[in-house]
Design a protein around this ligand. Structure first.
Ligand SMILES: Nc1ncnc2c1ncn2[C@@H]1O[C@H](COP(=O)(O)OP(=O)(O)O)[C@@H](O)[C@H]1O
Ligand SMILES: [Mg+2]
Length: 372
């Protein structure tokens, strides 16, 4: 792509521009009738990265993935894979493979037959197929199950067969559509770690679709948060968690205390009349409406540091989670903040709070995120 073309097609995340990304989506749009489900999406996905598309059900993740794979035509826009415009290229001619949530294994074929399917269709010779299939079965830890039928396998094993079947083709890009959603929680956590290890080992670009924010945070090099066919924010897990840029991003990833008010002289005045000091933001306009977000774990309830913002409150509910306790604290009529305290062996304080207790909340000014 020429520099001029790039200027005409600004990507959502300017920092993501790379000389030749694995995938570049330019103004990618999908309409079903009058309904726009993917809305002028601009995105660069780098070579070799584990990239997640994260968003609620119905926001357009699967539709985006299907357009990248070529199973669905773009209404508008361009898809570039490895520097080549593939917008009108047939799916089987794109160097991309997809792993679906449903596995879609061939029930009548054994594991070896399933994994080698694509290679046989390409007409590779038998010894080469055997070598590559065995290599993949080693990779996904199924070397001993080559002659098992899918019905004899657990959910996690089936998912690994589906992964091996896609990776054996050595695609430039692997698309994964909620591949772990059908697994129970424990197995899902184990597969998250395994999948990430496999991705590192093979070095293939993974585009991973999920609605599970924990999954996206723990597995990804970068995440794009999608909402209503648009990308709200993209960045590293730390970027999107610590510095959400929109209310949606702040609320969808983790829990956030969101407060909106009028800003004046480094104070935010909420509708309820509560005044919250907001130091350290010279960029804010006087008299402008401003929203701020504070993560529950960034709010302290005791042993404050100098320089912290402190406001009084009343505990309205406590929820014990084992390693942590969640407190809901009323700081003004209609303003309830969530606070997460670690239950450490040697706590910062000995006593715990119960409903009705008067408390003080404190946070460091740098932990307040101002949202545009
Ligand atoms: N073939 C189709 N015809 C009409 N509407 C569709 C079709 N496929 C998806 N949609 C709609 O597009 C929106 C996005 O769907 P999808 O991409 O599957 O979302 P996600 O994968 O994020 O849950 C949804 O509102 C869905 O109902
Ligand atoms: Mg989907």
């Amino acid at each position: 792509m020429t520099d001029t073309a790039r200027q005409e097609n600004p990507v959502a995340d300017a920092a993501a521009i790379d000389d030749q990304p694995a995938i570049r989506l330019i103004n990618l749009t999908k309409k079903f009738g009058e309904v726009t489900v993917v809305d002028h999406l601009n995105l660069d996905i780098r070579r070799g990265e584990f990239f997640s598309l994260l968003g609620p059900s119905g926001c357009g993740k699967t539709t985006t993935l299907r357009m990248i794979a070529g199973f669905s035509d773009a209404t508008e826009g361009t898809i570039v894979l490895g520097g080549e415009d593939v917008t009108s290229v047939q799916p089987h001619k794109r160097n991309v493979n997809t792993v679906f949530q449903s596995y879609a294994l061939f029930e009548h074929l054994d594991v070896e037959g399933n994994v080698g399917f694509g290679l046989r269709r390409k007409g590779l010779d038998k010894s080469e197929i055997k070598r590559r299939v065995n290599e993949m079965l080693e990779l996904v830890d199924l070397a001993g199950r080559a002659s098992a039928k899918p019905r004899e396998l657990s959910g996690g094993q089936k998912q690994r067969v589906a992964l091996a079947r896609a990776l054996v083709n050595r695609p430039e890009v692997l698309l994964l559509d909620e591949p772990l959603a059908a697994l129970d929680l424990k197995l899902r956590h184990r597969m998250q770690v395994e999948l990430k290890e496999i991705q590192r080992e093979v070095g293939i670009t993974f585009v991973f679709v999920t609605h599970d924010q924990d999954e996206a945070l723990t597995m990804s090099d970068r995440i794009a948060i999608m909402n209503n066919g648009l990308i709200e924010q993209s960045g590293t897990p730390e970027d999107v968690y610590e510095r959400p840029r929109t209310k949606f991003a702040a609320g969808f990833i983790g829990t956030s205390n969101l407060m909106t008010g009028m800003h004046s002289e480094a104070v935010l005045t909420l509708e309820s009349g509560l005044s919250i000091p907001l130091p350290g933001h010279p960029e804010l306009t006087q008299g402008a409406a401003v929203s701020i977000a504070i993560r529950p774990e960034k709010i302290w309830m005791a042993e404050f540091d100098p320089g912290m913002v402190r406001i009084p409150g009343t505990v309205s509910a406590t929820v014990y989670h084992g390693a942590t306790t969640q407190y809901l604290v009323d700081v003004a009529p209609g303003v309830r903040l969530t606070v997460l305290e670690q239950n450490l062996a040697r706590s910062r304080h000995d006593d715990r709070w119960t409903d009705g207790d008067t408390v003080e909340l404190g946070w460091k000014p740098e932990h307040v995120v101002v949202i545009g």
